[in-house]
Design a protein around this ligand. Structure first.
Ligand SMILES: NC(=O)C1=CN([C@@H]2O[C@H](COP(=O)(O)OP(=O)(O)OC[C@H]3O[C@@H](n4cnc5c(N)ncnc54)[C@H](O)[C@@H]3O)[C@@H](O)[C@H]2O)[C@@H](O)CC1
Ligand SMILES: Nc1ncnc2c1ncn2[C@@H]1O[C@H](COP(=O)(O)OP(=O)(O)O)[C@@H](O)[C@H]1O
Ligand SMILES: [K+]
Length: 500
């Protein structure tokens, strides 16, 4: 499990650790780790550190201190290091070390900074770290912009400047790094977009913070975590014990969503899929997935809130392509009246946005909106949700009393009193119609298999993202990615499970 923390949590842990160590020890460890990564990158670029050009962008706080000390270490190995001092003051020890090692430093001057950054092989962003707050002020903002134009590599110190370390929010110009070297522990903002996208590859330098860290603010599952959580059949298993998932999806107009959701469930290893819908989607599902057991729903039965004719299930998926008319509403009411866990997706979300009372139920509920759907559930503009994904996912979980999986460039899962889960698999090629329907089926299979909403959502997002990558690469060994269709994601699920 990769755990992540807010700035306040990190700062408290650092204070506790610092109290046990001689002054400067932590910064020394941080700078040493940072310099090793930079030296490795420069060696990869030119075969050596000696003679390469490094620009250090140093803010007035300790983040600038880390960068200056790392710059000093690189200068001692023969790099030509020039620091641009952005603050009204600079970290004294770091600046003295850099100068003593033969590096140069000067206060910010735009023309000179442009030249220094423009010719650097590597730009070290030490403008602000966990002490940053709000949009970058000048001249930090200009420097972040200049770092975006450099042909060289950009390495962010602790966090890319301009990214809120606790949330991943970006409120103005922000550094876009190839690599972020972060100290002590991951910060939540490095895992959640837009911050995650600005961070590039994240490397963790151990500075000994471990024993002082509290319960995490957020966590990302690894392949091993998912392999451990995934329900697997034992010798004594049968299809009922493995978990039967009911899927109420599709309508005469939207038949594809039903086929895709059923496909996700079948390929993710449901013991059995019971599919219940109108005649047309049932016909399509039967043609594509003969393993599903189908029921044509008689609206009058559903109006009585009875799904008895469908048979017993351990979890329901409600909503993909269901429509939002009176029949769909009746199906939603019947499904949500059951005493088993329910995943509400797509049109199901539009229905519950209009009729919140449907979510008041004793059994667990998982909702899986994208930003537009969450916008309707919370009555908050979509752009605001996209800019503050974590905050709104948590808010929805608290307000609706359910588990929430917010889809999009970073999938975030929230449940009250638990760390947020952040998904790290996936590919932008997933942004294509129907992939969300596949996700609902995967989550349904895992929920029916006995996982909690929290784990089912996290594992489903992880597997979905892995399967998408495999599909986009034409197999686990493929090198570059190409467009995918939603059904490809379902088809790649077994390979994703095998690769865990
Ligand atoms: N506390 C510790 O024990 C350790 C801290 N370390 C480093 O110290 C950093 C935190 O240092 P600080 O607490 O000094 O804070 P930072 O250096 O992250 O930021 C504070 C500085 O940035 C300026 N600033 C803040 N927001 C700004 C904005 N929006 N625009 C322009 N300037 C802004 C402040 O005026 C101040 O000069 C960490 O990120 C890490 O890099 C590491 O050396 C490891 C040990
Ligand atoms: N930029 C992106 N990067 C990675 N994954 C994405 C991106 N955009 C969307 N996705 C993923 O693609 C899927 C789209 O689901 P959804 O929005 O419900 O589409 P649909 O309703 O067409 O199925 C989700 O799993 C989402 O997390
Ligand atoms: K930084």
């Amino acid at each position: 499990m990769r755990t992540a923390y807010t700035s306040d949590q990190i700062r408290a842990a650092e204070l506790a650790l610092m109290a046990t160590l001689p002054e400067g020890t932590l910064m020394g460890r941080a700078a040493a780790g940072l310099a090793v990564t930079c030296a490795g990158l420069l060696t990869g670029l030119h075969g050596r550190v000696y003679g390469s050009r490094v620009a250090v962008l140093a803010g007035g706080g300790d983040n600038g201190g880390d960068a200056l000390y790392a710059g000093a270490r690189l200068a001692r190995r023969g790099a030509r290091v020039e620091a641009v001092l952005a603050g009204s003051r600079a970290h004294e020890g770091g600046l003295a070390a850099l100068r003593a090692a033969g590096g140069r430093a000067a206060a910010f001057d735009e023309a000179r900074a442009r030249e220094t950054i423009g010719r650097a092989d590597l730009v070290l962003d030490g403008l602000v770290g966990i002490g940053g707050g709000g949009a970058l002020r000048e001249p930090y903002a200009t420097l972040a912009g200049l770092a975006g134009e450099t042909p060289g590599l950009v390495v962010a110190v602790d966090v890319p400047s301009g990214v809120d370390a606790s949330t991943g929010r970006v409120e103005g110009p922000a550094v876009r790094a190839h690599v972020t070297v972060t100290f002590g522990a991951y910060k939540t903002g490095l895992l959640v977009d837009p911050g995650a996208e600005r961070a590039g590859a994240v490397e963790l330098v151990d500075i000994g913070l471990g024993p002082h860290l509290p319960d995490p603010d957020a966590a990302a599952l690894t392949d091993e975590d998912v392999a451990d959580l995934l329900p697997r059949p034992g010798a004594e298993s049968d299809k009922y014990r493995r978990g039967v998932v009911g899927i109420a999806a599709g309508s005469d107009r939207y038949t594809g969503a039903a086929v895709l959701s059923v496909g996700g469930a079948v390929r993710a290893g449901a013991g059995m899929v019971r599919f219940a819908s109108a005649e047309e989607p049932v016909r399509h599902v039967r043609a594509r997935w003969p393993e599903a057991v189908t029921t044509v729903l008689d609206p009058s039965l559903v109006l009585k809130s009875s799904l008895d004719e469908v048979g017993r299930v351990q979890a329901w998926v409600l909503g993909p392509g269901l429509g939002t008319g009176p029949d769909a509403h009746a199906v939603a009411r019947a499904v949500l009246a059951t005493d088993v866990p329910v995943i509400v997706d797509a049109d199901g979300l539009s229905i519950v946005a209009r009729d919140r009372a449907l979510l008041r139920r004793a059994a667990p509920t998982l909702v899986t909106p994208h930003a537009g759907e969450l916008s309707r559930l919370l009555d908050v503009p979509r752009e605001r949700i996209e800019a503050r994904r974590l905050e709104h996912t948590r808010r929805a979980a608290a307000e609706l009393g359910v588990t929430v999986l917010l889809k999009g460039s970073t999938t975030v899962i929230a449940e009250e009193h638990r760390p947020a889960r952040v998904n790290t698999t996936g590919t932008p090629w997933l942004a294509t119609g129907g992939t969300g329907d596949v996700l609902s089926g995967i989550a349904g299979a895992l929920l029916a298999g006995g996982l909690t909403c929290y784990d089912a959502a996290s594992c489903a997002a992880h597997l979905h993202g892995l399967a998408a990558r495999i599909a986009a690469r034409g197999g686990a060994g493929g090198r570059s990615e190409a467009p995918i269709a939603a059904l490809d994601v379902a088809q790649a699920l077994p390979e994703a499970v095998r690769a865990l």
